[in-house]
Design a binder for this molecule. Sequence first.
Ligand SMILES: Cc1cc2nc3c(=O)[nH]c(=O)nc-3n(C[C@H](O)[C@H](O)[C@H](O)COP(=O)(O)O)c2cc1C
Ligand code: SF4
Ligand code: SF4
Length: 260
Amino acid sequence: MSGILHAVFFSPTHGSKKLALAVAWPLAQALGKELCEHDLTYPPGRAKKLCCGPDDVLLLAFPVYAGRVPRLLDGFLSVLDGKGARAAVMAVYGNRHYDDALLEAVDALQKRNCDVVAAAAFIAEHSLASAIGTGRPDDRDMELAGEFARHTAQAILSGHAGPVAVPGNHPYKELPPAVDIRPKTSEACTQCMLCASQCPVQVISEDDPALVNQGCIRCCACVKACPEQAKFFDQEPVLKIIAMLEEKCRDRKEPEIFTV
Ligand SMILES: Cc1cc2nc3c(=O)[nH]c(=O)nc-3n(C[C@H](O)[C@H](O)[C@H](O)COP(=O)(O)O)c2cc1C
Ligand code: SF4
Ligand code: SF4
């Protein structure tokens, strides 16, 4: 079989990327396709238009934000040209729930002329609360990622058409109102600039990493990347979310796989 497996991912704190590649490698091998990675985490990746060929397969992986697909992917998805390519989606969530994110992603890809035959919800450490989903994806998750690759390959080779049925509701869960909350920086900062290089929306000043401009999506890439633990959120709304997660979301959730 000819064609390309396009592994498309947005992954500020690297959980979705790890899982996407754990699926993409065996899936490309099972289907005899060349693997091509498309990292949408940073602006140059998001600015490119992806045009699939009819023999191509697309795998989309993203973190669940507020039970939905991250809005930063809207631009990429609105110009994607699927050309009938078979597709699979992975919603990666922080052990609370994925709500309508998987359904929203399936709908979005179908709208762009992809035939979505497989979907999965996986778990990674919660970006805002490291006590939730700690250490995930772990060995068991990685095994199940391999299983998802096998199920997806079978669904593609079976020739059955999508869209795959997934949990979720129309209309999608309402998004919370936009709030301007930015990370703070402690005196431990050594000005190494790692945080600025990891910010998906480039709002951390290149001259002064303590200066964070408007537009932060609270992805926590800077918080997790900082070698000095100098970046942090201590604002009341964030602390409330962390408290809710620590009270209600400690029980381990398991990955779910759906195919046609
Ligand atoms: C702004 C924001 C909103 C989030 N909303 C949810 C959510 O609704 N449900 C959930 O289980 N996890 C939620 N998470 C956690 C992420 O989905 C989870 O940590 C994900 O693995 C991060 O992916 P990444 O490592 O690829 O960046 C949220 C994280 C952030 C930063
Ligand atoms: S990563 Fe941490 S230490 Fe480095 S510039 Fe950013 S806040 Fe400062
Ligand atoms: S400044 Fe905001 S958007 Fe940028 S990396 Fe930090 S949390 Fe993410």
